[in-house]
Design a protein around this ligand. Structure first.
Ligand code: ZN
Length: 134
């Protein structure tokens, strides 16, 4: 299957946007039963993660903690002025791999896939590659 592209318009400087259903829709359209789904973020100030999607307070707490862990006021050298966004991207990582069984993403009860914006608002892309024998 060709790589698919999910377009995302972020609305805030920092936010997590749940994309689980958008990824599942790609699997549904591809009619893949078994395989691996790679979700990849091709940006240096954003990331991809899997974490709790049921309680939005978790995302709020993560963003608050990242602001403590990665201070905005260090003596950064990067002239663009967004080094904290780059560092938060590195801490998050830029991809996740998810098992696909019986045509569905295999996720835990409380797990959701998130696009993590650290330097918005921007137009972003998420790439999705399905690896399957079928
Ligand atoms: Zn930069």
């Amino acid at each position: 299957m060709k790589t698919k592209n999910i377009q995302i318009r972020t609305n805030n400087k920092e936010e997590f946007i749940e994309i689980t259903q958008k990824v599942q829709n790609i699997i549904d359209e591809a009619k893949i039963e078994e395989g691996i789904c790679l979700v990849y973020c091709p940006h240096t100030t954003a990331g991809i993660t899997i974490n709790e999607g049921a309680d939005p307070s978790v995302v709020t707490d993560v963003l608050n903690a990242f602001n403590k862990i990665v201070p905005n006021d260090l003596d950064y050298k990067h002239l663009e002025g967004n080094s904290p966004s780059h560092i938060r991207s590195i801490l998050t990582g830029n991809n996740v791999s998810i098992i696909v069984e019986e045509g569905k993403l295999v996720l835990g009860t409380w797990q959701s896939i998130f696009f993590c914006e650290y330097d918005g608002p921007r137009d972003r892309s998420v790439l999705v590659k399905l690896i399957s024998k079928s």
